[in-house]
Design a protein around this ligand. Structure first.
Ligand SMILES: [Zn+2]
Length: 270
């Protein structure tokens, strides 16, 4: 986890207020909403070790970044690399990096600052860039988006570390990219399969567990809100009452949950 953020519901869901969460307080508090009904969001990288590879899914915010839209993330000095080292992962040992999409909080540690230049943090890794996502970002006009391209994406392309992939791409028999568009055009979630069990890493297809009960709640940052709602609704229905472990990229602890139906509603259990 790179960061735990507390924010008002309106920061994420433009048309929602604290009282809109009331039907779900029983299972959202205290893990995902605090006592004042502020949303608790964490920002995760998933370190995946398969039979063959060491893979990082999403790379959080990064250090030393210029983040025009997020003053709290500008010039950060987080302990991300030390945290990775603490679980036995050296930067040189990472084989692949995949970002579910190209927002700042999913691409930050793609690079680190060295002698005034942005260089790949994981020098031996291939970075899997989705062609559809890059098509959306390469001509970014917004200052925040341009900062992401300049600091987190172009240095990887220029260093020759990109492997271009498309929706549905399988890294090996255990890791597959599953298109979940709407938050961004090339957004992909990640399916993990191991020993007969399945898990799904959400990315920002949903950012808070309340969207399992309320998949029609749009996030401020969803680029195509109608498509995002359709994708999220399908995902919730597909995985409800199954043994698929849902790994929420912004779910505070517990980050791994199951979708269940209860009393005509959907919620999570862990
Ligand atoms: Zn995010």
């Amino acid at each position: 986890m790179d960061s735990l953020e507390s924010t008002s519901p309106r920061f994420l869901y433009l048309d929602k207020q604290r009282s809109d969460f009331d039907p779900h307080l029983e299972w959202l508090q205290p893990h995902f909403l605090d006592a004042e009904k502020n949303i608790l969001l964490s920002i995760h990288t998933f370190l995946v070790r398969t039979t063959h590879h060491t893979i990082l899914i999403d790379t959080c915010i990064g250090n030393d970044k210029d983040a025009p839209a997020f003053p709290q993330w500008t010039g950060r000095k987080g302990s991300y690399l030390q945290d990775l080292a603490a679980v036995g992962c050296a930067p040189e040992a990472v084989d692949y990096v995949f970002c579910t999409h190209m927002h700042i909080d999913h691409t930050g540690w793609n690079t680190r600052l060295q002698d005034g230049r942005w260089v790949p943090t994981f020098p031996n890794a291939k970075y899997l860039f989705n062609k559809r996502e890059w098509e959306h970002w390469q001509d970014a006009q917004d200052a925040m988006d341009q900062a992401v391209v300049r600091q987190n994406l172009l240095p990887i392309i220029e260093a020759g570390r990109v492997a271009w992939v498309d929706n549905g791409w399988g890294l090996d028999d255990e890791v597959t990219l599953v298109p979940t568009p709407g938050h961004t055009p090339g957004h992909c979630s990640v399916q993990l399969r191991s020993r007969g069990q399945t898990a799904m890493i959400t990315g920002d297809m949903m950012v808070h567990p309340v969207q399992i009960a309320e998949p029609q709640w749009s996030q401020r940052a969803d680029t195509d809100k109608a498509l995002a709602i359709a994708t999220r609704t399908r995902f919730v229905n597909q995985h409800c009452d199954t043994d698929t472990l849902i790994l929420g990229t912004h779910f505070n602890t517990p980050t791994g949950v199951y979708i269940v139906s209860a009393g005509g509603q959907k919620r999570i259990k862990w």
